[in-house]
Design a protein around this ligand. Structure first.
Ligand code: NAD
Length: 259
């Protein structure tokens, strides 16, 4: 296995941290990039501590993925560390019917989950091209392919990622760079715990009812998607065997969209 340098936005928590952990266990170097600098440092320290005997390692960098200046400076900030794999994972949620949705919140969701991935890709694509290897993995969502009420900004941003990935796939056909989007249904992370509470309030339900009647209801398999499933799919996309998989949407939804 070739040791890769993997840059994960939003890597300090939830899915990002879960994928980072799996990559370190497989012997890769992971850069935890997060707006929360302290959480990023702590996450990298934990990964380095738990790295075992597989040769994996971790470091941290503070970045707001919406800040174009901070993002374009990253290759210089990272110095000799050339990013082989970019995982565009940072995200937030806001649950509100459109009439009550604050305009600045709508803009912020689009900035973090659509403009951010474009800025990051722009920053790292030149060196990926130069070394003729790169893997860009967007963390989309089941909401990249279906909608749910009260999530207009999130659904719009996540749908947009698919168009972005298809376009960049066409622009990188001349080198061993691929870009794909992972689309999981619900994963039990801090972001989802917040949504359970918000949806319980919005719909006047208990938290158990939100989980069973709203979140898992459309999924024939009735299970949260695990961090391991996402990490293993990302590891496959990083491999040489996946070099011709690009511009694709990988849906991990327990059968949700089979209906
Ligand atoms: P999380 O809240 O646990 O982690 C998100 C991380 O992103 C946090 O560490 C946060 O500090 C960071 N972040 C937020 N804004 C940032 C910014 N501007 N710049 C840099 N970092 C920033 O969330 P999660 O559930 O792990 O979600 C990660 C991704 O997975 C998101 O894109 C989310 O939309 C997607 N996703 C989550 C689920 C789910 O069920 N949890 C399902 C589908 C898709």
């Amino acid at each position: 296995m070739t040791k890769r340098t993997v840059f994960i936005t939003g890597g300090a928590s939830g899915i990002g941290f879960g994928m980072a952990n799996a990559m370190v266990q497989k012997g890769h170097h992971v850069i935890i990039a997060d707006i929360n600098e302290q959480a990023a440092q702590e996450a990298a320290a934990k990964l380095a501590h738990d790295s075992g005997h597989h040769g994996g390692s971790a470091s941290a960098v503070a970045v707001d993925v919406c800040n174009a200046q901070q993002v374009s400076a990253l290759p210089e900030v990272l110095g000799k560390l050339s990013v082989d794999v970019l995982i565009n994972n940072a995200g937030i949620q806001h649950v509100s019917r459109l009439e009550d949705f604050p305009a600045d919140k709508w803009q912020q969701l689009i900035n973090i989950m659509l403009v951010g991935p474009a800025l990051l890709t722009q920053a790292f694509l030149p060196s990926m091209r130069a070394q003729n290897f790169g893997r860009i993995i967007n963390v989309g969502s089941i909401h990249s392919v279906v909608a749910s009420p009260y999530k207009s900004a999130y659904v719009a941003a996540k749908h947009g990622l698919l168009g972005f990935a298809k376009t960049v796939a066409l622009e990188t056909g001349d080198c061993d760079v691929t870009i794909n989007t992972l689309c999981p249904a619900y994963v039990k992370t801090p972001l989802v715990e917040q949504q359970i509470a918000a949806q319980a309030k919005e719909n006047n339900l208990t938290e158990d009812e939100v989980i069973n009647k709203i979140m898992l209801e459309p999924m024939p398999k009735k299970q949260f998607i695990s961090l391991e499933e996402l990490a293993d799919t990302a590891l496959f996309l990083m491999s040489n065997s996946a070099r011709n998989i690009t511009g694709q949407t990988m849906i991990l939804d327990g059968g949700w969209t089979a209906r």
